[in-house]
Structure formats: structure tokens, C-alpha cells
Write a protein that binds this ligand. Structure first.
Ligand code: SF4
Ligand code: SF4
Length: 197
């Protein structure tokens, strides 16, 4: 008699367990799907989170100008020598010389994605893209030239939000040399004027 009771007791608990399991299955069946069919549908999937740091890149203006002044701050702040910048000196129309960016090399293979370069760039010239598909077959291909577009006459573009001098003033008054510039008496302003030149 006892074995019959045990039989129906285990049958009941088995059915209860089955109903519970089917309930979980039914709930997941009705929940919207979150899995993405990668790489088959790589054009439509959401890829990685926007804040994901996959690779450093230049911020280009719509007209192809970049904002890098070749100041070297990012290179100095990078803890492991991932950034290598070379500069060149160009002659300006007014006879002055100006240092400009020649090559900006970034080694994705040694980058730790700490973002120190981005946060310390005074001109907001670089950013991280979240495009994680960066697999290549050799380490050499991980070294990338970030200023890959042809140099524009207006390079570097000003940082967004930088006040632009009215064109009329620029045309009416030729650029003054350091010797011609009157000192304002304000050391901070005078230093800024020297930096601009
Ligand atoms: S990316 Fe920014 S910090 Fe680096 S050299 Fe260019 S302007 Fe300077
Ligand atoms: S994220 Fe860090 S390691 Fe990578 S280039 Fe910038 S400073 Fe260097």
C-alpha cells in the first residue's frame, strides 16, 4: 500500500515540476528576443554600447578638416607609447612659419583604452569609436595613420565653440608682428597673443 502511495506522490511532484518548467519556457517564448544574428546581419544589429572603446580616431569636420594642432599632449600623456606624432614646418602667406601635423600614428595593438589621450586633448581632436571589428592578420596592420584624409588648407579646424574673429576685421587690418603688437598690460592676454603666433 505504501509503494502505491509513494508512486502517486512522486507522480504528482513530477507533474508539478513539469508544469513549472513549461511555465518558464512559455514565458521566455513570449518575451521579445534580444539575441542578434552576427555576422549574418551585421548591417542592422546594434553592435556594441556607444561608450565601448574599440579604436582611437580623428574627429573630422564635414569639409575634411581635422582639429589636431600637433601639440603632442596626447603623445606625452599616453602611458605606453601608443601614439607617435611627427610634425613639419610650413610657410604661411604672411612669411611666418607654423608647425603642423605631418603623421599621427596609433598602435591599436598596444592601446589599453585608458582614454587619457582623449580626455587631455585641448582641442577635442580625437575620440574613440565603438566599431569593434578590428581583427587583422598581422600586428603591423594594427598601426594606423589617423590623419588619413588629404591635408586641407584650413587645417587644423578650430575646436567647436571657439569664437570666430569677424572676417571684416581680419581683412581691414593686416596681421601685426610681435614687435608691432601693443601690450595690453594684462600678462594673460599678452601670453595668449604670443601663443596664437
Ligand atoms: S590629438 Fe589633441 S592632444 Fe594630440 S596632438 Fe592633436 S591636438 Fe594635441
Ligand atoms: S587610450 Fe590610453 S593607451 Fe590608448 S592611445 Fe590613448 S592614452 Fe594611449
Amino acid at each position: 500500500m505504501g509503494s502505491v502511495k509513494d508512486y502517486f506522490s512522486s507522480l504528482g511532484s513530477g507533474i508539478a515540476s513539469l508544469i513549472k518548467g513549461m511555465g518558464v519556457t512559455g514565458k521566455e517564448f513570449l518575451t521579445s528576443k534580444v539575441s542578434e544574428q552576427y555576422p549574418d546581419k551585421r548591417d542592422t544589429i546594434a553592435y556594441a554600447a556607444p561608450r565601448f572603446r574599440a579604436k582611437l580616431q580623428f574627429i573630422y569636420e564635414p569639409d575634411g578638416r581635422n582639429r589636431c594642432t600637433a601639440c603632442g599632449t596626447c603623445q606625452r600623456n599616453c602611458p605606453n607609447g601608443t601614439i607617435s606624432i611627427t610634425t613639419k614646418t610650413v610657410d604661411l602667406p604672411d612669411g611666418k612659419k607654423k608647425r603642423k601635423l605631418d603623421t599621427y600614428l596609433y598602435d591599436l595593438g598596444s592601446c589599453t583604452f585608458c582614454q587619457l589621450c582623449v580626455t587631455t586633448c585641448p582641442f577635442d581632436a580625437i575620440e574613440f569609436t565603438n566599431d569593434f571589428e578590428q581583427a587583422v592578420f598581422t600586428r603591423e596592420k594594427l598601426v594606423q595613420k589617423l590623419n588619413y584624409l588629404p591635408e586641407q588648407p584650413g587645417d587644423p579646424a578650430p575646436k567647436p565653440g571657439t569664437p570666430v574673429r569677424p572676417a571684416a576685421n581680419v581683412a581691414a587690418k593686416p596681421a601685426a608682428t610681435d614687435a608691432e603688437k601693443p601690450a595690453s598690460g594684462n600678462p594673460a592676454t599678452d601670453n595668449e597673443n604670443k601663443k596664437e603666433n
